[in-house]
Design a protein around this ligand. Structure first.
Ligand SMILES: [Zn+2]
Length: 260
């Protein structure tokens, strides 16, 4: 009996040793995201599995370093089945994407790291497999806000186009959270867009907007202009003017980074 027990103990010890080796291998491969593996692939460099303190030292101190980072997350409004506002055949989702792509390039050219949350015509609600809500709109919005948690971003800029039953309403409008950094970002972008479009609108708190309420980083919604206004519509669909709009937003973001 004693011999059998001893054999069981050594099997158990062997198994726990294997588990420790597997764990260390996993940790070592995980760490390689931020620290290149020793050229020789040197197993001898691994600490003794029995020394717990050595194991602790193998743990990456910050797992988020393995995730993408960006200063600006560009949220491209609507997409796919959700066209947003429209005027006849013209859909908001297409204008948002065209301006957002230009904004992405201009931010990158100015040394500001940016990420687009959609680069084509699809609905973000289709990407969302974790929120059980039957509301596609809710799944879409929660997917957009979740990205700000998963990607280490400093600010979120959500790109949209406005619509009003009064066809004389025009001009850009930036909506912000009830918070200082978001308000500062909104003022910087609104000011740059007002200069570009010769308008005088002031940014506003976007109280009823889900995205602004749930995102924990400074976030703004940029309404580029009114799809219901003829002049704005011409501006919003002209590729040269779209670039000028994107340049205005970029200069607003640059000013914000200098001021905050
Ligand atoms: Zn919209």
């Amino acid at each position: 009996m004693r011999g059998q027990r001893r054999m069981m103990q050594s099997i158990r010890l062997g198994l726990s040793f294997c588990a420790a080796v597997i764990l260390i291998s996993c940790l070592a491969s995980r760490q390689s995201y931020s620290e290149p593996v020793n050229q020789a692939g040197d197993q001898a460099a691994l600490p003794d599995a029995s020394q717990e303190s050595s194991l602790d030292s193998m743990l990456p101190t910050d797992y988020s370093r393995a995730l993408p980072t960006a200063q600006v997350l560009i949220d491209v409004g609507h997409g796919g089945i959700d066209g947003g506002a429209h005027h006849e055949e013209l859909l908001e989702k297409d204008i948002n994407l065209a301006v957002a792509k230009k904004l992405y390039l201009l931010l990158q050219n100015n040394g500001i790291r940016a990420i687009l949350n959609r680069s084509g015509d699809y609905a973000l609600s289709d990407d969302n497999r974790w929120n059980p809500s039957s509301s596609r709109h809710r799944r879409d919005l929660s997917q957009r806000s979740q990205l700000t948690k998963e990607i280490d971003t400093q600010i979120l800029i959500s790109i949209h186009v406005n619509w009003a039953p009064d066809r004389t309403e025009y001009g850009p409008l930036v909506l912000h959270q009830n918070e200082g950094q978001s308000a500062l970002l909104a003022f910087c972008i609104q000011d740059a867009m007002n200069r570009r479009q010769n308008t005088r609108g002031l940014p506003r708190i976007g109280k009823p907007f889900y995205l602004l309420n749930v995102v924990k980083k400074p976030a703004v919604i940029v309404e580029l202009g009114f799809i219901s206004h003829e002049g704005d519509r011409q501006m919003l669909t002209d590729p040269v003017k779209q670039t000028e709009i994107a340049a205005a937003i970029t200069s607003g973001v640059r000013n914000y980074i200098l001021l905050r």
